[in-house]
Design a protein around this ligand. Structure first.
Ligand code: S3P
Length: 164
């Protein structure tokens, strides 16, 4: 079985995914980091040099190649479901979990660095709200949702394991 974590940028997919993989004795893949490794280039540079649609094509290609993995926790990029074929690829991969965080919490987390190209705007909070409004319904297509608000990481991991 595989577990695929989806959710907005800064919702904790990478950190929680790593801990979840350790607890389950699973492997861990972070799609952003894997793409960066394979392209030898940061995600922000891929966006700047080749544009968002090129990055989305890399995400689709990676999800297709991941179809053969087992016992793996996969943390995905926040915009992965904007490519409509990815929901199907994620469903085929395994159990999907939406890590839901509030706009306030996300804004606090994403303001710590400038590595997210879609959030480099004059009004980051407004951009987060707008993107969240259009992406939340996509995330809700996950097999189940975990509300991460103010919860300790270890508790979130336990909750995911309980729901599996
Ligand atoms: C992106 C999501 C981000 C990061 C980059 C692009 C996107 O991932 O890869 O800013 O537009 O899908 P996180 O959700 O891990 O922050």
């Amino acid at each position: 079985m595989n577990i695929i974590l989806i959710g907005f940028m800064g919702s904790g997919k990478t950190t929680i995914g790593r801990k979840l993989a350790v607890r389950l004795g699973y492997r861990f893949v972070d799609t952003d980091r894997q793409i960066q490794r394979e392209q030898d280039c940061k995600v922000s540079e891929i966006f700047a040099q080749n544009g968002e649609s090129y990055f989305r094509a890399l995400e689709i290609d990676l999800l297709k190649r991941l179809q053969k993995v087992h016992n793996t926790v996969i943390a995905t990029g926040g915009g992965i479901l904007t490519a409509s074929c990815n929901l199907d690829l994620i469903r085929k991969l395994g159990t999907s979990v939406y890590l839901k965080a509030s706009i306030e919490e996300i804004c606090e987390r994403v303001s710590r660095n400038n590595k997210r190209p879609l959030l480099q705007t004059n009004n980051q909070e407004q951009t987060v709200s707008q993107l969240m409004e259009s992406w939340n319904n996509l995330y809700l297509k996950a097999d189940f949702t975990i509300n991460t608000e103010s919860l300790r990481m270890s508790f979130i991991v336990s909750q995911i394991i309980r729901e599996l």
